[in-house]
Design a protein around this ligand. Sequence first.
Ligand code: HOZ
Length: 439
Amino acid sequence: MSSLILSPDRTRSHALQQRAERFFPGGVNSPVRAFRAVGGAPPFIEKAEGAWLTDADGNRYIDYFGSWGPMILGHAFPPVVEAIERAARNSASYGASTATEADLAELVTTCFPAIEKLRFVSSGTEATMSAIRLARAATGRKIIIKFEGCYHGHADGLLVKAGSGVATLGIPGSAGVPEEIAQLTLALPYNDIPAVEAAFAAHPGAIAAIILEPVVGNAGCIAPAPGYLAALRAVTAREGALLIADEVMTGFRVSLGGALQLYGLDADLVTLGKIVGGGLPVGVFGGKRAFMDMLAPLGPVYQAGTLSGNPLAMAAGIATVGYLQAHAAEVYPQLEATSKAVAEGVAAEAASAGIPLTLNRVGSMWTWFFTPGAVINYDDAARSDTAAFGRFHRSMLDQGVWLPPSQFEAMFLGAAHGEAEVAATVAAAREAFKAVLAG
Ligand code: HOZ
């Protein structure tokens, strides 16, 4: 392992950013990459291996965002690289069915018993958008409940009080979403069952579904309170609404069977993304057979995609999920131990420095909130000192530790992270907290 960098030269990254700004709004193809909330310009990445990223100037960083979740086995994991190479030799796309789609589907349904049938799509956004359409068709109702700070991709109806980049940029939703569509989304506080009961009472027979991140990742990491998920399941079942578990972040992450397995939850529909594609663009929506069979060509709900079930993406997904399934007994305990060591190690450094910090962690996803109080919903998260987080982030980056560039995102760690990375990260945090205090 190379030593951590200090005062890195980022000349080439700066030049690449200027060039990118000629072509892309903000110089990026997704807003969260722009580092607007933490200041400074984002380094351009040239390659990555295991737990380490290398930028265009040759600086190396320990990676704590893992492509926003997918890289649970580390970057350029040899079985995944080989699977993609093998598939590519047979062509990148056919737009027709292949055996690999059912191979990956079999792995997915084994890990997620709630998914009896599924469709592959190319992103989490497509997965949640399609699940909502299906829920509306299945119930004949229009209103959707989501939770403040949860992010379910950028479909019109799901941007209301969304997390991730929407929270990072401090905007309430998105321009361009017709009010008539936004009004069909009720955004409620997370971890608050009375608010859900009140919404059903106010809209009898009109709510099609509740969609939620069973562990929130997009307001920073927030765990469900004990009994919260079971109560949501009971309310939706009683009211004839569907429960949609958006496990794009948590699927194969908080356990092999995601949050559903971790918390013993059943859902009508489930969405997956990120890890299920092993780093290639894959999303999944699936669930109870009776609902899924409403999709065309069997039923009246239309949904389609040229690149859905793409053979390269299926190959990467099979290699990743297959490895996780075969090695779950070693991988998940190791992820838990490493994550605990680094998350708590950094929190202890904050305590020594006298900096109020709240650590929320579920397995290998966590957030250090720069606030003293418990964080159980978006309003709590929003009380964080984002300027202090920005100073922390910049110092960590300059020392070679790449954190997600927002207080309202979760850290992700992979199986390639080990003791050396943990020790280097905790040491960097000790210095970074000095920068936080210096103001
Ligand atoms: N869910 C990811 C971040 N919270 C999305 C990444 C992106 O928006 O680029």
